[in-house]
Design a protein around this ligand. Structure first.
Ligand SMILES: [Zn+2]
Length: 88
């Protein structure tokens, strides 16, 4: 999940951002369910027994993924939604 390209770091250094702002930008994760940004200090991080790490922006996303076991591609409010469903 930690895929921050170097091109993302350099412009911020030119703009004179503080190290804390850079740290915030670098440690933003994508929600495992809806795909939105998860700002550090918010959301939930879950580590499964097999070692995979899941990040959730809200309890809504956590319940949809783990309890209700819904497919984010089928739900319109997620950024992973695909028109027409799984087949395409
Ligand atoms: Zn989410």
């Amino acid at each position: 999940m930690r895929e921050t390209p170097l091109s993302f770091v350099r412009p911020s250094a030119k703009l004179g951002r503080s190290s804390r702002e850079e740290w915030l930008l670098l440690s933003i994760r994508k929600c495992s369910f809806c795909g939105k940004d998860v700002i550090p200090g918010t959301g939930i991080q879950i580590v499964r027994n097999d070692g995979s790490v899941l990040y959730f922006c809200s309890n809504k996303c956590r319940l949809n993924q783990l309890k209700l076991k819904r497919d984010p591609r089928k739900l319109k409010w997620t950024s992973k939604h695909v028109k027409g469903g799984k087949g395409i």
